[in-house]
Design a protein around this ligand. Sequence first.
Ligand code: HEC
Ligand code: HEC
Ligand code: HEC
Ligand code: HEC
Ligand code: HEC
Length: 375
Amino acid sequence: MRRRILSVVLLLVSLVAIGGLMAASLDPAQEWLKSKHANRETAIAEATVESRGPLAAHCARCHSEQGFLAWLPQLMAGNPGLIVDPNTGKPAEVPYLTQLGLTKDKVQPITCTVCHGEGFALRVKGSTPMLPSGFAAAGVGDGAMCMTCHNTRNGRIQWDSSDPKLYTGPHEAAQADVIMGKNVYFLNDTAELVSPHAAFVGDSCVTCHKTLGKEGHTFEPSETVCASCHGAAMKIEFVQEPTKHLLEQLRVAIEKKVLAARDKIKVVTAWDPKTDKDAPNTPIDATQIKSVDLLTIHGQLSFKFTMADGAEVYSQIGNVKDAPGEAGKPVFATSDPIVRAAHNYMLVVYDGSMGVHNPKFVRDVLLTTIRTMAQ
Ligand code: HEC
Ligand code: HEC
Ligand code: HEC
Ligand code: HEC
Ligand code: HEC
């Protein structure tokens, strides 16, 4: 009799336990649906042959299930470059990309099978292979899965280069670069500048964006995530507010340099954010520029000028010229420190955590860049 009661109690206990477990990881599919990983619109816009042509061999690596799964074996084998067609050994062309399903009707976003292989095991763990951003991340636990895509994709930057020879900006996905302390100018990033948040919290990205949160597969960190490790006194604002302040100081320092050269600015290739169209040789009265903001347009470092009358003029930095037509030269050459400073600024902005991912590194980068701009 006693035994019987005991087993009923045990059964009840285990039912409650199972209920608790199910509540903890509600339903990965429901959570995932709420996340941007489920956003098929981005996959259609960035990872299909219809919208990108052969360039889908570039973007589809991280912007689609099919592209990622075709690319992963090659990445693991040491080639982080464009998706290769195994039949030719060369970057894939439209027919092969079409065959992979990188078309508007078939493309899939970042689905379960992107991250999970057999038995739900993560496909990448512990360390990453060489990434498109030109470095590998060692000893980062389950976060290695995230870093395969969340990196700046454009190869390694030479921190002390006096002329990068291009205006390319960091990609929107700057998290791995920032947390590993890589790909900035002016600060020696060949040193070990990895964040303790990548190296010493077990699973880096996954620890904060899943394990310690309640939102599971939305990968949203909880508002009190800092307290889990640092105690209740540590608030996210302690890092984010000073970072925002330094970012604004850097923006103003860059603005000052741009305005100092405004006598030379005669035309821009004006970009329309609504239509995504470019208008070359658009005259601009640079004496009327009131403020300068930074962004990237089609991956290129760019300015947004706000004029005295409130009008907004957007242009890639390389298209801000001293004369119309063939004779026009960029006012800011690729060797101008403004270009490297703009890169550092956008890297911190695109990381999206306002310093949290690597507090000391971000602070050092911003201070060093501000000092360089003041010279
Ligand atoms: C190495 C992986 C990788 C490659 C290659 C890549 N991207 Fe991305 N991209 C990402 C990730 C990850 C994000 C999301 C970053 C975030 O939200 O912080 C992103 C974000 C974007 C966004 C912003 C989306 C939004 O909703 O705001 C655009 C636009 C974009 N990518 C376009 C492209 C295009 C076009 C290409 C090809 C030329 C490309 N990407 C190649 C990883 C990549
Ligand atoms: C962007 C990568 C990613 C995607 C997409 C993803 N997962 Fe996960 N999943 C993880 C990570 C990271 C963990 C936690 C580590 C682990 O358990 O290996 C996890 C854990 C799980 C677990 C174990 C229980 C839990 O919640 O921790 C299940 C079950 C699971 N995922 C199912 C799914 C399903 C179903 C989908 C699609 C609806 C999905 N996952 C999409 C990364 C992903
Ligand atoms: C296959 C590539 C890929 C992998 C792997 C991946 N992501 Fe993403 N992630 C993306 C893309 C692409 C977007 C942006 C989609 C969009 O904007 O439509 C994104 C968006 C996000 C966002 C939302 C960003 C925002 O601006 O709101 C978070 C948070 C995120 N990912 C976290 C993670 C974490 C944590 C992992 C690892 C468990 C991970 N991702 C793995 C490609 C990837
Ligand atoms: C120490 C905890 C921690 C770690 C580790 C961490 N993150 Fe974050 N992450 C955050 C916090 C906190 C924010 C800011 C959220 C906010 O401001 O609302 C953030 C912001 C982001 C964003 C911007 C979009 C969003 O959700 O607000 C992305 C994307 C992201 N992290 C991805 C990653 C990736 C990928 C990694 C690993 C390379 C990583 N994170 C590692 C805590 C962390
Ligand atoms: C999973 C555990 C964990 C979480 C969550 C976490 N941290 Fe940390 N953090 C650490 C560890 C470990 C260190 C390194 C040891 C130390 O300084 O105490 C560290 C160091 C720091 C540092 C020192 C500066 C640096 O770059 O080394 C700051 C500032 C910091 N964390 C802020 C935050 C903030 C703000 C949050 C919340 C958004 C947060 N941390 C969330 C574990 C964590």
